[in-house]
Design a protein around this ligand. Structure first.
Ligand code: SF4
Length: 365
């Protein structure tokens, strides 16, 4: 590679960061020493995966009050941990964080990058970020923001992630020269505040040496990956109520929604249209909404059904007392139905027959 040395090219970055850096609760005041609380760095890095800083700050503050150390988190109940994560999304991160805390509480902190990368939930980026920010190891942390900055700065053609090994080797001496914690956070800050997909080059400390800016090619570097169209589905989300209890699906042990309680759902196409069964409780509907996930788009209609008595529930489903609902960890979609329970505004729904809605949730005879 014939790139200028990183320790020359990035000279303006460290003083710029010292001047503009945001005061975030997980940031140490002294960027030249190891972080006084590596656990705080670990928590912040896991929370910041896929989530904006502004969203993370209040969660981080509450989390650190509730689970101030790796030991406290390791000993906490699963439900309490998921409840504290509720609303932050990508719930696997909460499980990984608890598992990583368990390992740290039992065996202490790993002493090298390989050991950090072996903790649950820490891929190469998060391990390198924790290594440099918490421990001052010269381990370059390249996330999407850092790749974008470096691709533009070095005028890289093609996908910069394909050159991760070269870029890490190039960046490493600069981390040692300017301080691993400072430079890692400076790159992140630049990617988050100036070198955005539509870059604000006028406020960038690297603008005089940026290859893409000088070539007038910031719009095309790096190339934007085409996203697959999200899969669309139509769901009924059911609040089935009987004698002060609601039917809920208990948390799965694995998968994207592990640790979360869920309302029963029916794919709308599965329930044939028809009037409510004679003599049955009416089915009521609240106004629906569209729930958007990375790979999925759900048109959700929340329904309320009041039954005279509970029926024996299928495996994994439980009749939960209404008074227990506020303490259950739920995903975003299911929280929304929980908050609707206290509101009026349901109207009778004429489409699903009651039995077609309930049959998937009954225990087999
Ligand atoms: S000059 Fe513009 S494109 Fe180049 S690194 Fe700075 S913000 Fe990004």
């Amino acid at each position: 590679m014939s790139w200028p040395a990183a320790s020359d090219l990035l000279v303006p970055l460290a003083p710029w960061f010292d001047r503009v850096r945001r005061d975030l609760p997980w940031r140490a005041a002294d960027l030249d020493a190891p972080h006084p609380d590596p656990y705080a760095v670990l928590v912040s890095e896991l929370m910041l995966q896929q989530t904006q800083v502004a969203t993370v700050v209040p969660y981080f503050n509450r989390w650190m009050e509730r689970f101030p150390t790796a030991h406290a988190l390791a000993e906490a109940e699963e439900d309490t941990v998921h409840k504290a994560w509720e609303g932050l999304g990508y719930y696997r991160r909460a499980r990984f964080l608890k598992a990583a805390a368990g390992s740290i509480a039992a065996e202490g902190w790993p002493t090298d990058l390989e050991g950090l990368a072996g903790l649950p939930g820490l891929g190469p980026y998060t391990a390198a970020a924790v290594g440099s920010i918490a421990f001052q190891w010269p381990t370059p942390a390249l996330d999407g923001n850092a790749f974008r900055v470096l691709a533009r700065l070095l005028l890289l053609e093609g996908e910069p992630k394909d050159r991760a090994t070269e870029l890490r080797a190039w960046l490493s001496p600069a981390l040692a020269a300017f301080g691993p914690s400072r430079l890692t956070q400076a790159l992140m800050e630049l990617g988050a505040t100036a070198c955005l997909p539509a870059p604000a080059c006028a406020r960038c400390p690297l603008s005089l040496s940026c290859g893409a800016r000088l070539a007038g090619r910031t719009a095309e570097i790096p190339p934007v990956a085409k996203r697959a169209k999200p899969k669309a589905s139509t769901l009924w989300l059911l609040a089935l109520e009987a004698q002060g209890r609601f039917l809920l699906q208990a948390p799965a042990a694995k998968g994207l929604l592990a640790g979360l309680w869920r309302w029963p759902t029916v794919e709308a196409a599965e329930a044939p249209p028809g009037p409510p069964a004679p003599g049955s409780s009416p089915v009521l509907a609240w106004p629906g909404w569209t729930q958007v996930y990375t790979h999925r788009r759900e048109a959700v209609t929340p329904l309320r059904l009041r039954l005279e008595r509970p029926f024996p529930a299928a495996e994994g489903l439980h009749w939960v007392p209404e008074s227990d609902l506020p303490a259950l960890p739920l995903g975003k979609r299911d929280q929304r139905l929980r908050s609707l329970l206290d509101t009026a505004g349901e109207t009778p729904l004429e489409t699903p027959t009651l039995e077609s809605l309930l049959s998937p949730f009954r225990a087999p005879l």
